[in-house]
Design a protein around this ligand. Structure first.
Ligand SMILES: O=P(O)(O)OP(=O)(O)OP(=O)(O)OC[C@H]1O[C@@H](n2cnc3c(O)ncnc32)[C@H](O)[C@@H]1O
Ligand SMILES: [Mg+2]
Length: 202
């Protein structure tokens, strides 16, 4: 089967990419499937900068085209936080539970209408010798009053997509993968995947 490398160590993201690429008969390999690759430091101030850092560093080490995802939750009432700091919002150890508790406590007392937020996903495709390409997807919604549901990862238990009454973590993984920021970004890059050199081996 043909393969595509995703420069992520996040198992939740990696599993979603595995599903997305199945219809292309493409096997998505994450950094958890490959040995001896460094942790890329995310020193950028934007999703785009961090996505480029991850894709370009791994592409240059492997001399292969690489896809990276930088994503996060942007909350209006918190002036856009946690934003690019979503993974480490409550500390360097990247704890989903503590991150959600921090957001819920910062939003305590804020009424439903003012709890608007969106998930953002910026994908970068870096290919040695070519210019890095970017694709962005959004998923609009609001922050719930508590955590609900077990599916997904990250902030899914506190995020209610627009048009739904349940959190992302209460929806099935198939449903999430139809409406998510990551899906919406993937749709943008579909042509690139099918037409260009992302298929690294048979
Ligand atoms: O950098 P990699 O290795 O890909 O893994 P990461 O978890 O550090 O990924 P990011 O730097 O892009 O940070 C994204 C964070 O935003 C949150 N997030 C992104 N997509 C999400 C989703 O689909 N559902 C829930 N939370 C999400 C979650 O907390 C992630 O850890
Ligand atoms: Mg990260």
């Amino acid at each position: 089967m043909k393969q595509i490398i995703i420069a992520t160590k996040n198992k939740g993201k990696a599993n979603e990419f595995k599903e997305f690429f199945k219809p292309y008969n493409l096997k998505a390999l994450s950094l958890n499937d490959l040995e001896d690759l460094p942790d890329v430091e995310e020193t950028g101030e934007t999703f785009k900068e961090n996505a480029a850092l991850k894709a370009e560093e791994i592409a240059s080490i492997l001399s292969l085209p690489v896809l990276a995802d930088d994503s996060g939750l942007v909350i209006d009432a918190l002036d856009g936080r946690p934003g690019v700091y979503s993974a480490r919002y409550a500390g360097e150890h990247k704890d989903d539970q503590l991150n959600m508790e921090k957001v819920l406590s910062e939003l305590r007392g804020i009424p439903e209408a003012k709890r608007t937020a969106r998930f953002v996903c910026v994908l970068a495709i870096a290919s040695p010798g070519s210019k890095t390409r970017f694709y962005t997807g959004y998923c609009e919604g609001r922050i719930a009053d508590n955590q609900y549901g077990e599916n997904g990862f990250g902030y899914d238990p506190i995020f209610i997509p627009k048009g739904y009454q349940q959190t992302m973590a209460q929806l099935s993984s198939d449903k999430k993968n139809q409406i998510s920021h990551r899906r919406n970004a993937i749709v943008q890059l579909e042509d690139t995947v099918t037409q260009h050199g992302l298929l690294i081996k048979e």
